[in-house]
Every structure is written in C-alpha cells, then in structure tokens.
Design a binder for this molecule. Structure first.
Ligand code: PMT
Length: 384
C-alpha cells in the first residue's frame, strides 16, 4: 500500500469482511490478504507467526469494542488476534465504534488494560458514526494515524526540547455577523506540519484558522478566526526555536464590521451601484515575526508562498521582502488542486551564503511527506 513507501499486509477479520472485500484490500496493498488461521489450501500454517515477525508495527484499524475485549483478555481465536498475541512489535490501536460502546465501562476498562500493556492508541473523534448516531467513536482521520505510526516507529526524537510554532488554515475576516472574506485553505498542510513536528519530539503550538479538521491530539492548538487574532496568538506563543507560517492569511479585512446583517437596499458599506467593500491591509504575521528582536525572533523562520504564476520568482521575492529564512513555494493555480487536496508539490527556497536564492524542487507527494521532509530539514539545521 502506498503508505509513504511502506509495505502493508492486511489481515481481514470475519466482521471486517462485512464492510470491505479482500479484493479491495489486496488491490490497495498489492499484497495477498490474510484471513484464515488454519487454511486447508495454504502451504504456510504459521502465518500468524510469520506476519507478526515480519512487521515493524501492527495497526488495528478500525478496532471494534469486540477486538479490544479479546486483545485485553489475551484471546486468540482467529488470525488477527493470534497474530497480535504472537507479536513482539509495537501495536497501534485505532478504535471506531458507537458512542455508548466506546463509553461503556467494559470498553474503557479494556483500553486501560491495553494501555498498561504499552499498546499505543489514536483515540476516536466526535462526529457522524456508521450507525447513524452522532457522538464520540468515529475513527481518527488518516493524517493523525499516519503521523502516530511515524511517531511510534521512529524512536529518535531529534526535536526533543525544541519549541515550534505552526500556523494553519485560512483566516476569516468578518464583514457583518453572517459574511466574511476568506480563502480555500483546508488546514491539511499546516496540521500535517504540526503532527510531523510533534512526531520528532517538538513541543508544538498550532495556531489554526477555522477548518473542518479536529484539533490534533497532544498538540496545543489555539483556534482563531482573524489575522489579528492569529498574530496575537503567535506573539503570545513566543519564544520558539522554529516557526512555520503555513496559514493562508487574508491580506485584507473590511474596514468596518457591521453589527447587524447588511441589508441589500440600506447598505452603508455596499454601494448598490458599485457594490464596493472598503478594505484595509491586515498585519503580516510572517514579516512581524521576522522583524522581532533576536531574543524573540524564532531561530528558524519558514514561510509558505501560495502563487499562481511565476511561482519561483514571486516566492523568492517574498522570502526577501518578508525576511524569513526559508520559503516553500506552492503552486495554487486552479489546475494544481493544492487547496484541500491530500497531495502537494512544493519547491524549497533559501538564500545561500553568497546571498543568492537557491531552490530545490520536491517531488509531488502527500502533505504528510512534505511535512516530514521540511521537519527533517529543520531538525538537521537546529540540532547541531
Ligand atoms: O490548507 P491546505 O488546503 O492544505 O493548503 C495548503 C496551502 C496552499 C494553504 C499552503 O501550503 C500554503 O501555501 N500556505 C501559504 C498561503 C499564503 O497565504 O501564502 P502567501 O503567499 O499569501 O503568503 C506568504 C507567507 O506570508 C505565508 O507564509 C503566509 O502565512 C504569510 N502571511 C501572509 C499574509 C499575511 N497577512 N500574514 C502572513 O503571515
């Protein structure tokens, strides 16, 4: 399966096969799907031992209340539970179930038992559940699971003891109680950066504009709406060792926020014939951080440049104008499909020792991989 280059083998339980077919899993993983503990046709009777020995990590996802109970009791009555019991590798459990089943004392007791046995968890989110109810129990999003996998697998935490600030998502600049100026940023890239930084051991503050993403577990998240609120939250989070401004901050905001919904016919801001809105420039957060005194300025300050034309030239100019150390040029033209998508193609830009702009094109990959590449570069620079 294309999980950042990992080879993935799936074990499908009898209950799991009610939701997904072995064919789907084998086409996604490019591997045989395992389900039988004792197969009459298969030559290898010791699949459970081989599967657990050959894996670096076992992920149980989605984990039902039933499998949690069987794992907690050490029951091994099918291939999945036998492989888990025979494992000496890290195990990551990603529960998904109905809210009442999740909150049931028996389930919570089993979770505590498993946590005491050093089993790792990504807790479920609140939201719409498969059973039609709404509440906690929905499986965590894939981004969180992938980054938790990295955090469990890669024991090395080079950013341990380092503090990072990351901005993510759009800002919303209100015009009246119901309307605002904003943009298409989903927060996926910024949140992936926060999780990648935390996976390397950094103490991360994520300042996020309004997105549909859940605040990542274990990361201090400050939710804001406007650029001014984002600037205040960033300043409040200082000092930090590194900052990454990935948020798509609105460059402008309406000069006046109307207390009541603006009526079409009686608008004071909207001239009926011209429909103009008076706007003013927002503070530039990246530039403000760059201009701080050396004791307050992040040691390493990274911006993102969202461009639709002359990408490298405009991004390089932004690095110089805003005074950050690195800038990540991002094509956001209509055909790039960058906003809201899971993938991204970026170019890393820095000034070399002779003061010339140098760039390095990174391959198109998932936003998680872009985040990991950038955080790797940050850790290599900060950790001497
Ligand atoms: O959120 P996704 O859907 O995953 O999409 C990711 C992304 C495309 C939003 C992200 O990868 C990206 O490119 N972010 C930068 C968006 C942006 O506002 O670019 P810009 O070129 O307008 O600004 C340049 C830099 O200045 C950015 O670091 C920005 O955060 C910062 N800025 C801009 C304006 C402002 N008033 N204050 C700022 O700090």
């Amino acid at each position: 399966m294309s999980l950042n280059g990992a080879q993935v083998r799936c074990i499908l339980t009898r209950a799991g096969a009610q939701f997904i077919t072995p064919l789907t899993l084998s086409s996604l993983s490019g591997e045989k799907v395992y389900s039988e503990l004792f197969s009459h046709t298969d030559k290898n009777y010791m699949d459970h031992i081989r599967l657990s020995r050959e894996a670096d990590l076992i992920v149980v996802a989605p984990a039902s209340a039933d499998i949690l109970a069987r794992m907690a009791s050490g029951i091994a009555d099918d291939l999945a539970t036998t492989t888990l019991l025979a494992s000496n590798k890290p195990i990551l459990v990603v529960p998904a179930m109905n809210t009442l089943m999740w909150n049931n004392p028996a389930t919570q007791r089993n979770i505590n038992l498993l946590k005491n046995d050093s089993i790792h968890f990504v807790d479920p989110e609140e939201g719409n559940l498969a059973c039609g109810e709404i509440g906690s129990g929905r499986m965590a999003n894939i981004q969180e699971i992938v980054l938790k996998i990295n955090s469990v697998l890669y024991k090395e935490k080079p950013l341990n003891g380092f503090k990072g600030l990351i901005t993510s998502g759009p800002t919303q600049e209100p015009l009246d109680p119901v309307r605002f100026i904003s943009n298409h940023s989903s927060g996926k890239q910024g949140h992936a950066l926060a999780l990648a930084a935390a996976a390397l051991g950094a103490d991360v503050t994520l300042v996020s504009g309004p997105t549909s993403l859940i605040n990542p577990q274990g990361i201090e998240t400050i939710n804001i709406k406007t650029a001014e609120e984002m600037l205040n939250a960033c300043i409040h989070s200082l000092p930090v060792d590194f900052a990454i401004c990935c948020a798509a901050v609105s460059d402008w905001r309406p000069i006046k926020i109307q207390d009541q919904k603006i009526k079409k016919q009686s608008s004071k801001i909207l001239d009926k014939s011209k429909t103009t809105i008076e706007i003013t420039e927002n503070p530039d957060i990246l530039k403000s951080l760059a201009q701080l005194s050396p004791d307050k300025r992040p040691k390493l300050l990274v911006g993102f440049a969202a461009e639709t034309e002359n990408i490298l030239e405009h991004a390089g100019q932004k690095l110089i104008d805003k005074g950050c150390d690195w800038i990540i040029a991002n094509n956001v033209s209509l055909d790039s499909d960058t906003f809201g998508n899971d993938n991204n193609q970026v170019t890393f830009i820095e000034l070399n020792s002779s003061g010339e702009l140098e760039h390095e094109e990174w391959p198109k990959s998932s936003k998680n991989v872009v985040a990991q590449l950038l955080l790797k570069k940050i850790s290599q620079t900060l950790v001497i």
